[in-house]
Design a protein around this ligand. Structure first.
Ligand code: MTE
Ligand code: MO
Length: 359
């Protein structure tokens, strides 16, 4: 099989929304289990899958600049973290007025087991300078970016995917950030950042730089198209803010929206997650404006991934019913009823509403 065939096979089960660069939602089944099978994990790329020479250069304000290979990373202690990745643009299609940008429905979210070296252990080897403030990560992917570009002074003929993180977060063992080389026990595939990528738990997935090529410790905050141009909340009524932690969100995975189910006791199921996790409460409403009932919430695990919830819905009332579900996280954030509108359409965590017919 050729590489192109492999890529087609890896993409066959996804819901393609853009062929080039390839962007695809997960099918609803991706949210059923604790782990999303790799072939069902959504894909979001700003450029075509790049060539990568297998090396990671680390420099900037560090005492020991170095070049690492995949073997070097594999020689370090391996850590496996189960992490939910959600695109900041997930749910954009439900915003009004509709923002421009990839028209994501509600399935640019998935969970995988990621294995790799801990970023803070890699950084400890190179010894960041005391004046360091950020860690900048560069992907191998690049290309023209004319129509979408916001910043006037970027080289839009050949832009590279670059993002930065606060140095304090990157060096904090509790942050759990990986340079991952395996996804669900297999080497990373081309769409998910082969040969290695960042995995930044709790943050919208834009922080998890794929096809990682370079890391630099910076003594000034980084400004760039994917940091301070795009991936900013441009609110109608207050100053812009960076897109960072995932906002709390609960989803209903069973019953399917618009389905017909029988009478009696039915177990409603779903997922909930937040970058300010864990989720502390999930509630269900059956009547629009009515009461909220507590759902059963499963324990948080490592706190980096979604939690299951269930709710026993016992009714013999025939007809159309509405279901709403909302999550509250450990920081006290609760989902809003309406999408929090911002110009580029990020972070829509409005309460999900579905209807179901019972007969
Ligand atoms: N190098 C690089 N890394 C990237 C991106 C990209 O375009 N280039 N897209 C980011 C965005 S916006 C998302 S949502 C996630 C998607 O990761 P996935 O394709 O493995 O689901 O990768 C992030 N990392
Ligand atoms: Mo994203």
């Amino acid at each position: 099989m050729t590489a192109a065939h492999d890529l087609d096979a890896a993409r066959a089960a996804l819901v393609m929304i853009n062929p080039a660069p390839y962007n695809a939602e997960a099918p609803p089944a991706a949210l059923d289990g604790e782990i999303t099978p790799t072939e069902l994990h959504y894909v979001r790329s700003n450029f075509a899958v790049p060539a990568h020479d297998g090396t990671l250069e680390i420099g900037g304000a560090v005492a020991n600049p170095t070049i690492l290979t995949l073997d070097d990373l594999r020689a370090m202690p391996a850590h496996e973290h189960t992490v939910t990745l959600e695109c900041a643009g997930n749910g954009r299609l439900a915003m009004r007025p509709l923002p421009t940008g990839e028209p994501w429905g509600d399935f640019a979210v998935s969970t995988a087991r990621w294995t790799g070296a801990l970023l803070h252990e890699v950084l400890a080897k190179v010894e960041p300078a005391a004046q360091g403030v950020e860690v900048r990560a560069q992907g191998a992917d690049h290309g023209p970016y004319h129509l979408q570009a916001i910043l006037p002074d970027t080289d839009q003929d050949d832009l590279t995917f670059i993002r930065s993180l606060p140095l304090a977060h990157a060096t904090d063992p509790a942050s759990g950030i990986l340079i991952a080389y395996e996804m669900n026990g297999e080497p990373l595939g081309p769409d998910h950042g082969a040969p290695f990528r960042l995995i930044v738990p709790h943050w919208y997935a834009v922080a998890s730089v794929k096809w990682l090529k370079r890391i630099d410790v910076l003594t000034e905050p980084y400004a760039g198209e994917f940091q301070t141009g795009h991936y900013m909340y441009e609110w109608p009524d207050r100053p812009p803010e960076s897109v960072t932690l995932m906002r709390p969100r609960a989803r209903i995975t069973d019953p399917a929206p618009g389905s017909t189910i029988g009478l009696g006791a039915y177990t409603v199921r779903g997922k909930a997650w937040s970058g300010n996790g864990p989720i502390t409460r999930v509630e269900v409403s059956l009547t629009g404006e009515g009461d909220w009932y507590p759902a059963q919430l499963e324990p948080a695990g490592n706190g980096f991934h979604w939690q299951d919830w269930t709710f026993t819905w016992d009714t013999n009332n025939v007809g159309r019913h509405t279901l709403r579900v909302r999550a509250t996280d450990a920081a006290g954030n609760v989902q809003p009823d309406l999408p929090p509108w911002n110009r580029l359409g990020y972070g829509n965590n409005a309460i999900e509403v579905i209807y179901v017919d019972r007969r």
